[in-house]
Structures are given as C-alpha cells and as structure tokens.
Design a protein around this ligand. Structure first.
Ligand SMILES: [Zn+2]
Length: 252
C-alpha cells in the first residue's frame, strides 16, 4: 500500500516536471518548424494575430487581385514598364507594346512580369533599392486601384479573417481628401455654432460622389458609396446568413 502511494507520488511529480504551459508548447513547436518554410507558413497563417492597426489599403491588396480589377476595366499594360494605360489596347501578339492586360491570363511571361513589377516578389537587391521598388509599384497600378476600393476592402478583410486577424483599421483617404479640404477651409472655432454652417455643405459633395459612382465614372474621388458597396460585395449583409470569412467572425 505504501509502495503504491510512493509510486503514484513519483508518477505525479514526474508529470509535473514535464508539464508545459500552452505557451511553452507553442514556442517549442515554433522552434521545431523555424527552418521548414511550408510548416512555418502554415503555423503563421493559423496563429491568432489580434488587430492590424495600420493597414494601407493600396499596399495590402495583392497584385493578382489588381490584375483582375484592371482586366474588368479593360485597361492595357505597357509591356516594358508594366504600367497600366487606358484603352484602346494593342492585340495580344507577343510583340505588341501595350496589350490588353487580360492578355496576361494566357501569357505567363507577361503575367509573372506584372506580378513582380507590382509587388516585392522576386525583388533582387542591387537592381534597385527595396524602398524604390516598393514605392514605384503604386504608379504602375494606380490607374485601377482608386476605382476598386470596395473590391479591395472586401478582398483584404476576407483574407485577414482567413489568417485570423481579428480587427483592421485601414489607412485610406476616402472622398479624395474632401474631409481634409473642408476642415482646412473651415479652420477651428471652439464655438461650434459657427462651425456648423460650413460643415453643413458636406452633403453636396456626397451627392456628387454618389452620381459619379452610379454613372460608373471611375476616378480618384472614391467615396462613401464605394464603402457601402464593399459591404455588399463582401457579404456584410447584417440581416442575412453570413458566409464569407471576413464576416462570419463579426456575426459570432
Ligand atoms: Zn503608414
């Protein structure tokens, strides 16, 4: 009997010695996959990440998505610089200077060239600095990104949810800086009664933006309507069953 008590005490103590907290187990696992890129990627993908408090929308969207947006807008691409150009475009023949960007779907050389030019993929130190390459990307796809704010928001939110990001704050200038312009014009007066008459001009601007949007005129002035569209496209319907990952979490 005493022997039994002793052996179970020893067993219990040895259990205590090997017991690990969840944090220790996770750290051990991370160490074990640190040099195994596919497993490390899977680990980081699934890891809960809390909030992303400084997400620049234009920098967060994937080049593959931008190609899709540009194709839907019938843009062309400069085959040498990978910069977007407004239509009309050349044909998809390999020697043309500005093929339609949708030609890239059947031309993997062109497709890969655009992805490399519009992102940091395959960037090689030496040809140009990482800083220069990164900031040059915006000029190349700028023609299309302004007109697809809603698509971009939907894409980034849904990807964030799949990667277990719980919360995002976008860094994005809506309405082509209209709010900032209004603020500068208004200045600041602690007497709010004096502030209101000028601030009240806001809706005029909104109406114009709305007309722009419903007329499908795309330009740098993205607006509140675009953001509302993002809800629709991404499945942010408050009273319907939610299916996309970006919103199932909100519903839970
Ligand atoms: Zn920033």
């Amino acid at each position: 009997m005493r022997l039994g008590v002793l052996s179970s005490t020893v067993f219990f103590l040895s259990l205590l010695a090997t017991a690990q907290t969840p944090q220790q187990k996770t750290a051990r696992y991370l160490d074990s996959v640190r040099r195994k890129p596919p497993l490390l990627l899977a680990f980081l993908h699934d890891m809960p990440k809390g909030g992303d408090l400084h997400n620049h929308l234009d920098g967060a969207i994937y080049a593959e998505d931008l190609i899709d947006f540009a194709a839907s807008d019938n843009f062309c691409v400069d085959r040498t610089t990978s910069r977007l150009i407004a239509p009309p475009c050349d044909s998809c023949q390999r020697y043309t200077a500005k093929p339609a960007i949708r030609c890239a779907y059947d031309d993997h050389v062109l497709y890969n060239q655009i992805i490399d030019a519009w992102s940091m993929r395959n960037w090689r130190p030496g040809d140009e600095s990482g800083h220069d390459h990164f900031f040059a990307t915006f000029d190349k796809f700028g023609l299309v990104s302004h007109g697809h704010v809603a698509d971009a928001v939907a894409s980034v939110i849904n990807r964030a949810a799949r990667e277990h990001v719980e919360y995002i704050e976008f860094m994005h200038t809506a309405d082509g800086s209209a709010a900032a312009e209004l603020g500068i014009k208004q200045g600041w007066d602690s007497d709010l009664a004096k502030t209101r008459p000028v601030a009240g001009r806001g809706p005029k601007r909104n109406r114009r933006c709305h007309q722009q949007d419903s007329g499908r005129r795309r330009g740098p002035g993205t607006n509140a309507t675009e953001m509302r569209n993002a809800r629709g496209r991404a499945g942010m319907q408050c009273y319907r069953p939610l299916s996309l990952p970006g919103f199932t979490r909100i519903a839970a």
